[in-house]
Design a protein around this ligand. Sequence first.
Ligand SMILES: Nc1ncnc2c1ncn2[C@@H]1O[C@H](COP(=O)(O)OP(=O)(O)OP(=O)(O)O)[C@@H](O)[C@H]1O
Length: 250
Amino acid sequence: MIEIKDIHKTFGENYVLKGISAKFEAGDNNLIIGGSGSGKTTLLKCMVGLHEPDQGSVLYDGRDFTRLNFKERIEIRKEIGMLFQSSALFDSMTVEENIMFPLNMFTDQPRREKLKRVNFCLERVNLEGKNKLYPAELSGGMKKRVGIARAISMQPKYLFVDEPNSGLDPKTSIVIDDLINEITEEYQIVTVVVTHDMNSVMGIGESIIFLYEGQKEWEGSNKEIAHSDNKNLNDFVFASKFTQAAREKL
Ligand SMILES: Nc1ncnc2c1ncn2[C@@H]1O[C@H](COP(=O)(O)OP(=O)(O)OP(=O)(O)O)[C@@H](O)[C@H]1O
């Protein structure tokens, strides 16, 4: 489990996170939703140490990341898989090299072992045999899948994903959501996903926190969203006339 306690973050005069606390359980798809600028990515970055929170703590199965020194943090980082916006693949590296990158960085396994793991991960995301392709030769959905393969290469206990559906068509988005969902359950990972995508929210949102103006405005499951009377949440989730009409039929 990851627990965040009273996270605050300001950038200059901009008070972005105003005391966020939440728990993210293993085996669940934990979603962070909220309007543009509400602080979702900032929260994710505070959790993985890409930003230092001004106040608060981030506990990885009881280990307080915010109080650890650089060396101690590396031990937790090895247990973290990340898929951030636009897949962030290295364009000059092949698919195989991209997936092997964390293994090269964090392990001294023989190449044969690493290759075995790369092939396993590629198979897991249904891209077996695509080892020698370059990112430029892949579709957006394939790039995301390579990003997922790389994120799970170190068999992470924790997986952070920022906007996995950006730039994908609705059908491919569902393939990616399903993949994240399956991997989370199969390996009992603590998965935290930042998303704008309402299909994802309704499809895989077992555990959701909704940020509004830097605070946790609401938390619950996708099933609870439809019946929530939180106005800010409803204005966000059911923003269009079409979704409002759909909600009334639920
Ligand atoms: N590195 C930074 N330096 C200064 N301000 C930042 C930085 N990162 C984010 N911000 C500010 O923090 C606020 C929240 O940004 P953040 O990216 O966390 O929002 P978000 O909810 O993820 O938005 P979006 O859905 O549009 O990606 C914004 O006002 C943004 O300008």
